[in-house]
Write a protein that binds this ligand. Structure first.
Ligand code: 5AD
Length: 351
């Protein structure tokens, strides 16, 4: 599918035609990644951040926010809980926090890998090659870093560079791949200044990067960030709608049939009644239940009114499990890594 064809689908409003998109995405999902929904337990390890991303509630520009950093014992308790709840992966996410040192992260990854059967996914921002290599050597399996937009002008507008740390997420994704990580990326849908053509190009780039994991959610304005004040003046601005997120998820599935695609928390926040389910029916095959200790959850407020802010990890897990079974799907066991039909080497030759 070309970027033009993707854009055509993003502009489609005919309900009957969209039904064909949902059913194609669901069929491709079933054929390539099966009917199991894998659960990835999410631990929001720290809300310290050196970056000033214009959309994010954890930006270092927010002076009023109380900051926290979990200790190793707290992270290990989350890992054990993930095992008890039957999850196959622990995702450690944080702001770009250099207080999480190379050694601290390597040690905790090594402990999780030796004391539990979990796969470990890191999502710790733009870190140095030295750090990424050390964490891979310690046993980390995957890394998540959304590029947020493939449009260079919009990218710099929402990701102000720090003097000594120019932001280049695309370059880092390619390095992560070379270091042997499974790589995940994605974008927010409906960023002010994002046009339909840009979003179509983003989805085409998922294919070019041959992503193993793709995260897509609506942009949800945080009132204490600069981007919340900007208007959607752009011609063909991508609307911040649930429908646009489903179209993006379905198209991501069609262009990357083998990818692991979560039905995201941001989508579930937008439609608390059944956003998560509709994502799973329109291309997604992963959910990421939150394991962060309740006392920290409200402080990890990337955007407002996040779902599950006050429920315990085990209640959230049980609730999700029954929702998955009600859809006629099964909860996946094991790591739920990307299954490749072709080797990395063969794919690289085509690129
Ligand atoms: N609305 C929705 N998603 C957001 N993220 C950050 N800020 C917001 C927001 N205001 C997403 C980004 C980031 C991921 C961890 O959360 O895509 O990569």
């Amino acid at each position: 599918m070309t970027a033009e064809e993707i854009a055509g689908w993003l502009r489609e409003e005919d309900a009957a035609k969209l039904e064909t998109l949902w059913s194609r995405a669901d069929r491709v999902r079933s054929e390539h990644v099966g009917d199991h929904v894998h659960m990835r337990g999410l631990v929001e390890v720290s809300n310290f951040c050196v970056r000033r991303c214009a959309y994010c509630g954890l930006s270092s520009d927010r002076n009023g926010l109380q900051r926290y950093r979990m200790d190793a014992g707290e992270v290990m308790a989350c890992a054990r809980q993930a095992v008890e709840l039957g999850y196959g992966t622990l995702v450690m996410q944080s702001g770009e926090d250099y207080g999480l040192t190379k050694k601290w992260v390597a040690d905790i990854v090594r402990r999780i890998k030796s004391e539990t059967p979990l796969a470990v996914t890191l999502s710790l921002g733009e870190r140095s090659d030295e750090e990424l290599l050390a964490w891979k050597a310690a046993g980390a399996d995957r890394y998540l870093l959304r590029f947020e937009t493939s449009d260079p002008h919009l990218y710099v507008r929402i990701h102000p560079s720090l003097r000594e740390r120019v932001s280049d997420r695309m370059a880092m994704l390619r390095r992560l791949r070379a270091f042997g990580y499974e790589i995940g990326s994605g974008v927010m849908v409906g960023i002010p200044g994002q046009t339909i053509d840009m979003l179509a190009r983003d989805i085409a780039v998922f294919r070019e990067l041959d992503l193993d994991m793709i995260g897509l959610g609506p942009y949800l304005p945080h009132p204490d960030t600069p981007l919340a004040l900007s208007s959607d003046a752009e011609r063909e601005q991508v609307p911040r709608t649930e429908l646009m997120v489903y179209k993006s998820v379905a198209l991501a599935r069609l262009v990357c049939p083998e990818a692991n695609i979560p039905s995201t928390t941001a989508l579930a926040t937008m439609n608390k009644a059944n956003g998560r389910e509709l994502g799973l029916k329109r291309g997604a095959n992963i959910v990421m239940p939150n394991l962060t200790p309740t006392k920290y959850r409200a402080l990890y407020e990337i955007y407002p009114n996040k779902v599950c802010i006050d429920e315990s990890a085990s209640a959230g897990g049980v609730c999700l499990r029954s929702r998955i079974e009600l859809l006629g799907r099964k909860v996946g066991a094991g790591h739920g890594s990307r299954r490749r039909k072709r080797s990395v080497a063969a794919v690289a030759q085509d690129m």
